[in-house]
Design a protein around this ligand. Sequence first.
Ligand SMILES: Nc1ncnc2c1ncn2[C@@H]1O[C@H](COP(=O)(O)OP(=O)(O)OP(=O)(O)O)[C@@H](O)[C@H]1O
Length: 432
Amino acid sequence: MGSRLAIEVRGVRIAYGTADVLHGVTLEVPAGGFLAVVGPNGSGKSTLLRAVARALKPRAGAVLLDGRDVGSWDSREFAREVAVVPQHGEPAFDYTARELVAMGRTPYERRFTPDAGGREAVEGAMRRVGVWELRDRPASTLSGGERQLVRLARALAQQPEVLLLDEPTNHLDIRHQVTFMEVLKGLNRGGVTVLMVVHDLNLAARYADRVIVMREGEISAAGPPSAALNPAVVRAVFGAEVEVSVSPRTGALNVQTVGVPDPGAGGEPRVHLVCGGGSGAALMRRLYEEGIPFSAGVVNAGDTDHALARALGAPVVEGAPYSPVSDEAHAANVAAAERAELVAVCDMPVGPGNLRNLQAALEALDAGVPVVLLRDGPHHGEKRDYTGGAATELARRLKSGGARVVESADGVVRLLAPDRGAGREPAARRTS
Ligand SMILES: Nc1ncnc2c1ncn2[C@@H]1O[C@H](COP(=O)(O)OP(=O)(O)OP(=O)(O)O)[C@@H](O)[C@H]1O
């Protein structure tokens, strides 16, 4: 096999008619990486895979393989590097299993030069997947699972550097699922880059090194399985309650469904978070766990707090990436803050771009909404003023106007639901 290849998806938008199905998706699978794509039905997983396989052309953005736009690859060259294992779809004629696998050699065939390694590659691939015994069977007589294994063998015969798979284990019983995934993992260990769409969260957690969770054509969460498949994300994206544990035997994550969420959990936001740069994450998770609805703003698109709030289904007053808060966003932020029962200013770095968010909290305080200042970051609220003193001055005005300092997310929960945050933190203290 040749050099290892990375996949980059940059701001890809895809529409089937006029409406976008993918709204600017960005991700990377490093050379030799294994990325699993999960998400509810219709969230755009297959569409993403088709874009990478260059079966669909993005309306905007680009897909790069080894740093080159996939559209600019020669198709034979592309087919030698990238194999696709589709969910279904077979040629209309009734080929034998071996003939189907041999189709994986097409990119290597030349009109006057026989494909030298072809026969061995086909036999090797069929043996590796365990379908050599089926070689002379017409494909129409194979079970759904056997056919799926034959599709994997065809992809292997292609000797690709990149494998794209769409729900490959759908038809497989548990033993064949394991065989399939172990063959795939073995190829991945040998350097093959894998991008796999899969519904089974446990397979994603066990075999992939990174997982992305899609929702309505966007990426809701991304990271190693333990981060991307946490219960809050699964609840927000799939509407299912899960428990996540670690298998004592394999060390892999085990994602177990335990029901559907309490329908009373949504509703009008009670807390408005002024946050950014991850400073709101701990509080958002606690509020979410407690079923206390919240909003956040102004948070720029692309910020981790923006992604988490959206993943948890919270309304967000959105700002443009890397831009100061606009008049319009500021007004919306003040309105959201004034509708809440409480405004929580998270322990965030304040620069000239987001100084207005502190002003919004001050306006809410003036309008009679209680404000708390969270001091749960590594610097406990200190050394986070990048405005030359303006942020410190606003914080001073907030405190002198009655804002309380709270040491943790639990302290905020306790203010809103005294029976629930109890015992976790000393009472919020009022400061001068
Ligand atoms: N050929 C098409 N023409 C029009 N709309 C399409 C087409 N293919 C997919 N869609 C729509 O695009 C959206 C995303 O579909 P896609 O197949 O990518 O989702 P998915 O996440 O793979 O879903 P599933 O888990 O059900 O396979 C859906 O709303 C779907 O109805």
